[in-house]
Design a protein around this ligand. Structure first.
Ligand code: NAD
Length: 423
């Protein structure tokens, strides 16, 4: 992922949001207070400070984190983020969200996350490699194919994973592809990983449409963000016959009631660096984009996009959170009262971690699957998970986020309880 300069920390502290979301589900589940106490904390929080020699000869000390929230259901799983405003609180929240995400789609992982406080934009490839290799060495206390498996996140990518995999392998004296996912195909990456998040999100939109009796053919769709999650979501929705009437990126938003040809928008963006200025489109602001009259709104950019200030004006029938954390808890309540059907991030964008799981399984078995097999297995996971969450929301007459948390928290609590308290 390459989201950069986009994390708005003026909004609510992510850890307090994560705890509030957990508490809502825990209340509804009447979770035992002892279990609540366990799950409200992260099991392991590693803070590392490490020196890197920069080009000018100066030594710069970086701070990094690796947090494991709960590993009762399996090894830790979660991305590594490079950003100047990474904090321990943010990494903790992201680790907790990974625990719920893995549990809601039933893959055998616990939640983890990592990050380094840095501005990768100003660093050369060589400096990034050196920093990554040293950070990987520092967090080797925690990571490993059976222990905790990092993946790309904001400003890290397949190359970053290759460096971590190589560093780990050098220290252990043998090649260990399963220590990270999101790797290049040449060293044990998986077919289908690149578009897995969007594909998974689209499977959940198909299920939501069936549930609501909406025909996707001709459905009007708005997508915020035109990166990995946004571009592929828009393309796959178009393939299903939907009309993509609004799109955006950091440059701004574009609108055309007749719909965009996503391949043409992609080509335009590759040439001009933004979707803004596409011939035949009207320029609109980010808030106008989110409030467009449409059937499906796919936030696929960054967190904190739908809050109290704009939730009353959202007109979409379905909001599908391809992005992590785009909606505040206050906005959740407003959208639910308005009858908007929201597919929460931990369910909607879990296709990414699901195919990461497939990558890990392939690496451990040294047996690689065809893309068609991966997509079919992804579909099976997403359809089943959507159905589990929908059933929970019907049973408890609650919104889909609360239901997803209830499914997840119940599964993690059950695993934690079954294993018992050591010693
Ligand atoms: P990306 O960097 O590939 O794309 C992000 C896009 O959002 C870019 O087009 C950028 O221009 C745009 N953007 C940034 N700020 C914006 C703003 N304020 N308004 C409009 N557009 C803006 O990142 P990505 O991998 O597509 O990730 C997007 C979201 O999806 C993130 O929240 C990420 O955590 C989530 N996600 C991604 C994956 C994955 O596998 N890629 C998996 C799970 C969740």
């Amino acid at each position: 992922m390459t989201v950069s300069n986009v994390i708005d920390h003026t909004q609510r502290d992510p850890w307090s949001v994560a705890l509030e979301q957990f508490d809502v589900a825990a209340d509804r589940l009447h979770l035992d207070p002892n279990m609540r106490g366990i799950l409200r904390e992260c099991q392991r929080e590693l803070i590392v400070h490490f020196p890197v020699r920069m080009h000018d000869g100066a030594v710069k000390v970086f701070t990094g984190y690796r947090v494991q929230h709960n590993v009762s259901r399996g090894p830790g799983k979660g991305g590594i983020r490079y950003h100047p405003s990474v904090t321990l609180g943010e990494v903790k929240a992201l680790a907790m969200w990974m625990t719920w995400k893995c549990a809601v789609v039933g893959i055998p992982y616990g939640g983890a996350k990592g990050g380094v406080v840095c501005e990768p934009k100003g660093m050369s490839l060589q400096q990034l490699e050196t920093m990554t290799r040293r950070y990987a060495t520092e967090i080797m206390l925690l990571i490993g194919p059976e222990r905790d498996i990092p993946a790309p996140d904001v400003n890290t990518n397949a190359q970053t994973m290759a460096w971590i995999m190589d560093t780990y392998s050098m220290h252990h004296g043998y090649t260990a592809p399963a220590v990270v996912t999101g790797k290049p195909l040449s060293i044990g990456g998986s077919e289908g990983r690149n578009e897995a998040t969007a594909r998974g999100a689209v499977y959940t939109i198909i299920e939501a449409s069936k549930h609501l009796g909406i025909d996707l053919e001709g459905t009007r769709v708005v997508v915020q963000g035109f990166g990995n999650a946004g571009l592929h979501s828009a393309r796959l929705m178009q393939e299903l016959g939907a009309t993509i009437i609004g799109l955006s990126d950091t440059g701004g938003g574009i609108h055309n009631e007749k719909g965009f040809d996503i391949a043409k928008v992609d080509a335009f963006k590759k040439e001009h660096g933004t979707v803004v200025g596409l011939p035949g489109s009207d320029r609109i602001s980010n808030s106008e984009l989110l409030e467009l009259d449409c059937d499906v709104l796919i936030p696929a950019a960054i967190e904190n996009q739908i809050g109290e200030h704009n939730a009353p004006r959202i007109k979409a029938r379905i909001v599908a959170e391809a992005a992590n954390g785009p909606t505040s808890p206050e906005a959740d309540r407003i959208l639910f009262d308005k009858g908007v059907f929201l597919i929460p991030d931990i369910l909607c964008n879990a296709g990414g971690v699901t195919v990461s799981y497939f990558e890990w399984v392939q690496d451990l078995q040294n047996l690689f699957w065809r893309e068609a097999t991966i997509n079919a297995r992804l579909k099976e996971v997403m359809v089943k998970s959507f159905s589990d969450v929908l059933e929970m929301s019907k049973k408890h007459k609650c919104d889909m986020r609360t239901a997803a948390y209830m499914v997840a928290v119940h599964r993690v609590a059950e695993a934690t309880l079954t294993r018992g308290i050591y010693p």
